[in-house]
Ligand binder design. Structure first.
Ligand SMILES: Nc1ncnc2c1ncn2[C@@H]1O[C@H](COP(=O)(O)OP(=O)(O)O)[C@@H](O)[C@H]1O
Ligand SMILES: CC(C)(COP(=O)(O)O)[C@@H](O)C(=O)NCCC(=O)O
Length: 318
């Protein structure tokens, strides 16, 4: 359900009704249902507002919230609160929103793409018959996208095309090999399809994000949303795409609590919890494995995290 609710109920004594903050499309779509079944009124907060508020809060209040990820290695980014803005927030849910954030409550949604988490889950379900998102994701771990993607080497007889900076292993055409006349869907392994799909979508998001960062001269690109869920292969592909298209000038950053930015933002909108109150007075050193998720399979970060290391926050040299 697409209701990113805040965590608190407020009793309104005059008419004895409960209110709960909610954001996202579900706050509208399920408003009547909440009222009818639970007697709860949803107090709607704007989704983009909430995403930005949630991300800003995490970046300011949580120690070691953001990290870079490349070649399986995670490095925390020490962000100076006075040098946080501007940055590009890329939220990957069903679709993708790209938001230029200039401060608390100061932002512009500059771009987006409909090829997002819903595309991976939807197309993947049709093509692999996976019954759950986690099953589809798990398949991608074991797959080899080279069985389906056409690589530069497939086109150039095993050679690199170095003159334009393409190695033989670069994907020339996602799903290109599926054009083969003598093969049907059943001839491809579900794990290879899943891997190829994940790479295609993550690459595309990474590329569009980088182009938008370039468009506005933004030095940081921060990825959030429930699609990522700290899945190493997803992060790696996005990071590689940003690295590839920026020729190494930019690095993708990820958030440890990436899946609940909207809910956090809705929570922050309760008047009793001003962002400044929390941020200025309570910098919260959450344990590395802390998660806002309830999903039992949810592993906030796979692999080792070096909790003490930090690197420069400036990741893009314009
Ligand atoms: N367990 C899961 N079930 C369904 N989708 C999941 C799951 N884990 C991650 N996802 C991804 O999250 C996307 C939905 O993200 P979310 O932020 O909840 O979007 P929305 O705001 O549109 O509800 C799905 O399209 C899918 O790619
Ligand atoms: C409409 C949405 C903001 C809804 O957010 P979501 O529920 O997908 O997290 C999002 O799906 C989106 O930005 N879609 C991409 C639309 C576009 O710019 O092409």
């Amino acid at each position: 359900m697409n209701v990113n609710s805040g965590f608190q109920h407020q009793e309104n004594c005059t008419n004895d009704r409960s209110f709960i903050k909610a954001t996202g499309g579900g706050a509208y779509k399920f408003s009547e249902l909440f009222k009818e079944k639970l007697g709860i009124s949803l107090e709607k907060e704007d989704e983009m507002d909430c995403l930005v508020t949630g991300a800003n809060f995490l970046l300011k209040a949580v120690n070691q919230e953001a990290f870079t990820y490349l070649n399986g290695s995670k490095e925390f980014v020490q962000i100076d609160h006075n040098d946080l803005y501007p940055y590009l927030l890329v939220n990957i849910g069903s679709g993708v929103s790209m938001i230029k954030v200039d401060g608390d409550g100061k932002f512009e949604r500059v771009s987006g793409t409909s090829v997002g988490g819903g595309t991976f889950w939807g197309l993947g379900k049709l093509l692999t018959k996976s019954q759950s998102f986690d099953e589809l994701l798990e398949l991608s771990h074991r797959g080899d996208n080279r069985a389906i993607d056409t690589l530069v080497g497939d086109i150039y007889g095993g050679m690199d095309y170095l003159k334009i900076g393409l190695s033989s292993t670069t994907i020339a055409s996602s799903f290109g090999k599926a054009t083969s006349h003598n093969k049907e869907l059943e001839d491809y392994k579900p794990e290879d399809i899943s891997r190829s799909l994940l790479r295609m979508i993550s690459n595309n998001i990474g590329q569009i994000s980088y182009l938008n960062a370039l468009r506005f001269g933004l030095k940081r690109i921060i990825f959030g949303g429930f699609f990522i869920r700290s899945h190493s292969y997803t992060m790696d592909t996005i990071a590689v795409a940003v690295h590839f298209w920026s020729k190494g000038e930019a690095k993708a950053m990820f958030l440890r609590h990436e899946g609940f930015l909207g809910a956090l933002g809705a929570f922050m909108s309760y008047e009793t919890h001003s962002l400044d109150d929390l941020v200025v007075n309570q910098v919260m050193p959450l344990p590395v494995n802390a998660s806002l998720g309830t999903d039992t399979n949810y592993d906030p970060l796979e692999g080792d995290l070096n909790g003490t290391e930090s690197i420069q926050c400036s990741v893009y040299r314009a």
